[in-house]
Design a protein around this ligand. Structure first.
Ligand code: FPP
Ligand code: MG
Length: 301
C-alpha cells in the first residue's frame, strides 16, 4: 500500500517536472557514484552494487532518447580506479565488457540510433575489454541520433597530458608550428576527436566534487552541476528531471545576467545608436521603445 502511494506521488511529481521543463541540454555527463555504498546498505557485495548501477545506466540512456538529449557521457572507470583491489577491478572489467556487448546488440540502441564511443587510455585495459570496446564502436559507428560516450581508464588531467605530449611531438618533428596550435588542434587530438560542450554534469552519491571529469569540455563551458544524494543504482527519472530543471534555471539566470551586464555597459556609453549596436553584437535585444541610454537631466535646465 505504502509503495503504491509512493509510486503514485512519484508519477505525479514526474509529470509536474516534465511540464516545467521546456528544453533539454544537448550534452549531459554523469559521475555514477555510490554503487558500493548501495550494495553495503543492502548487505550485498561491491560487484552487486556495480551490476545494479549498470541497470541505471541503461535506463538513463532511454530517458536521454525520450528527452531529445543528443550526447551522454558516463564515467565508467577512472584512472584512479586501477588502484582498487584486484578482485573488484577484475569484476568491473567483466561488467564493462559484458555491458558493451549487450548495448551494442540491444534493439533499443539500434532503434534509437545510438553511437557508442569509448574515451580514455583504453590500451591500459585488459584484452577482453578492448575487444568489447572495438565491437561496440564498430556496431554503432553509423549512428548519430544520440551519442553515448563511455569514459574508461579516463582521467581529465591524463587526457590533457596525452594531448600535450602529442602536440609537442608534432612540433618537435616539424609537422606543426607552435603558433598554429589552436582550439581545433587540441580538440581533434582529445580521445575520439571533438564532442559537444558539456551543458550539465550530474553526480550521484552525495559527494560534491567533479573529479577530474571532462575539464576541457565542461569547465571551459561553465557547465551546470547537479549533485544529489541517491546512490547511482537508486537514481530515478525524477532525479534526472530535477537535474535538467537545475540546468534550465541556471541557463535562464545566466542569460539575464548577461543582458543586464550588456545594458549596464551601453548605458555607461550613454549613446543610443552605439548602445544598440553593442547589444546586437552581444546577441541581446531590447524593445524598440526602450531607451538604451538612460535619459539624464540637462545641466542647463
Ligand atoms: C563508482 O561507484 C562507479 C564505478 C567505479 C563504476 C561504475 C560502472 C558502472 C555502473 C558500469 C556501467 C557501464 C556500462 C558500460 C553500462 P563506487 O564504486 O565508487 O561506489 P562508492 O562510491 O559507493 O564507493
Ligand atoms: Mg565512489
Amino acid at each position: 500500500m505504502r509503495d503504491w502511494i509512493t509510486r503514485g506521488f512519484r508519477a505525479i511529481y514526474e509529470r509536474v517536472l516534465r511540464r516545467e521543463i521546456s528544453g533539454a541540454p544537448s550534452h549531459v555527463a554523469i559521475i555514477q557514484d555510490g554503487n558500493r555504498r548501495y550494495a553495503q546498505e543492502h548487505g550485498a557485495e561491491a560487484k552487486d552494487g556495480h551490476e545494479a548501477g549498470a541497470e541505471t545506466t541503461e535506463r538513463v540512456l532511454e530517458w536521454c532518447a525520450q528527452l531529445g538529449i543528443e550526447e551522454l557521457t558516463i564515467y565508467a572507470f577512472s584512472t584512479e580506479n586501477f588502484d582498487r583491489p584486484a578482485e573488484e577491478r577484475e569484476h568491473l572489467f567483466d561488467l564493462l565488457a559484458e555491458k558493451l556487448y549487450e548495448f551494442a546488440d540491444s534493439d533499443r540502441v539500434h532503434e534509437d540510433e545510438v553511437n557508442i564511443r569509448v574515451l580514455g587510455q583504453t590500451n591500459r585495459m585488459p584484452e577482453r575489454v578492448q575487444k568489447a570496446i572495438d565491437y561496440a564502436q564498430r556496431h554503432t559507428a553509423g549512428y548519430d541520433s544520440l551519442t553515448l560516450n563511455v569514459a574508461i581508464a579516463y582521467g581529465g588531467r591524463a587526457a590533457l597530458l596525452d594531448v600535450t605530449r602529442d602536440v609537442a611531438a608534432d612540433v618537435d618533428a616539424g609537422a606543426l608550428e607552435p603558433e598554429s596550435v589552436d582550439v581545433e588542434t587540441i580538440e581533434s587530438r582529445l580521445y575520439h576527436g571533438a564532442m559537444r560542450k558539456v551543458d550539465l554534469i550530474v553526480r550521484t552519491g552525495g559527494d560534491e566534487r567533479t573529479s577530474n571529469f571532462l575539464p576541457w569540455y565542461a569547465n571551459g563551458n561553465e557547465a551546470a552541476v547537479f549533485f544529489c544524494t541517491p546512490y547511482w543504482p537508486e537514481f530515478s527519472k525524477v532525479d534526472f528531471l530535477r537535474a535538467i530543471r537545475t540546468y534550465e534555471a541556471r541557463e535562464a539566470s545566466w542569460r539575464q545576467t548577461r543582458a543586464q551586464r550588456a545594458l549596464a555597459l551601453v548605458r555607461a556609453l550613454g549613446d543610443e545608436v552605439q548602445g544598440r549596436r553593442v547589444l546586437d553584437r552581444l546577441g541581446e535585444t531590447l524593445p524598440d521603445d526602450e531607451p538604451v541610454a538612460e535619459e539624464t537631466d540637462s545641466p542647463a535646465d
